[in-house]
Structures are given as C-alpha cells and as structure tokens.
Design a protein around this ligand. Structure first.
Ligand code: DUR
Length: 140
C-alpha cells in the first residue's frame, strides 16, 4: 500500500478518536483525499434521538463542502472499531454512498474506497458500491 493511502487510513483512525457515539459505542472514522493532496476527515455523531445519527463519511463530506472544497475526490478511507463484529472491513452505509457520490460527481471522479478491517484493507470503487447511481447529471 502507498504511503499516501497509509496516511489516509491513519487520518481516519485519528478522526474516530473524536467520535460522539455514546449509544452504539461504535466509533467510525472517515478521511477524504482530493487530487491536490488535501485530506478532510469526519467521524460519526450520534443523537439522543437515535435515528438522527450522522455517519463519519457524511460528516467528512459536509465538512469539505461547507469549506468550499470542490476538487477531484481521489480516495476515501473508512475505519471502525477493531473489537466489534468479525473484524471484516467496514463499508459505507447506503446513505453515505449517495452522499459521497454527489461530491465525487462534482469533481468527475470514481474514488477508491479503502474499507479498513482488522487484518485487511478492501479496496473498491464508489461505482462498485453504488452502481447506476442517481446524481446531479440526472437533473441537467
Ligand atoms: O458507514 C458507516 C456505518 C455506520 N456508521 C455509524 C453510525 C452509527 O453512529 C454507528 C453504528 O451504526 O456507526 C458510520 O459512521 N459509517
């Protein structure tokens, strides 16, 4: 794995340290890398009204876009807790796939998604996770 990808995964892990997840105790970290090298991170933010939880990936996209970031989204790393489940790589939920797709479409990329597990990093493309996506082009 490249040093750039290792750094992206590390950034996601560090971000998960700020997770506010008292209800699930499931800290997720996400890190976005743009083609200019910029990294934007996010972590999950839960709510006493459980269904209002914000996922790490969605928070990262919101942070980037709120700061005016509109570049080419190159890669995304997602990390979860290492002591839960079977340690399989964590994959973005359905809503996060759609949210990521919007940012990716703006920059015209199909980003690599690095799904981090305990013993493995599974790399997929966003288009693998969300084939035939609905996006901004449909509204032209
Ligand atoms: O891709 C995912 C999947 C889940 N979560 C969060 C939502 C909730 O806070 C916790 C348990 O579902 O993990 C994310 O942040 N990203």
């Amino acid at each position: 794995m490249s040093d750039l990808d290792k750094a992206l995964i590390e950034a996601a892990r560090i971000a998960s340290g700020s997770s506010y997840s008292p209800y699930s105790d499931y800290a997720v970290g996400a890190a976005l890398r743009f083609s200019d090298g910029t990294i934007v991170t996010g972590t999950n933010i839960e709510n006493a009204s459980y269904g209002l939880a914000l996922c790490a990936e969605t928070v990262a996209v919101a942070k980037a876009m709120a700061d005016g970031k509109r570049g080419e989204l190159e890669a995304v790393a997602v990390t979860g807790p290492q002591d839960r489940g079977d340690g399989a790589p964590i994959t973005p939920c359905g809503r996060c796939r759609q949210v990521l797709n919007e940012l990716a479409a703006l920059g015209g990329t199909d980003p690599r998604i690095l799904c981090v597990g305990n013993d493995e990093v599974r790399e997929v493309q966003l288009s693998d996770l969300l084939p035939h996506a609905f996006g901004p082009a449909h509204l032209d």
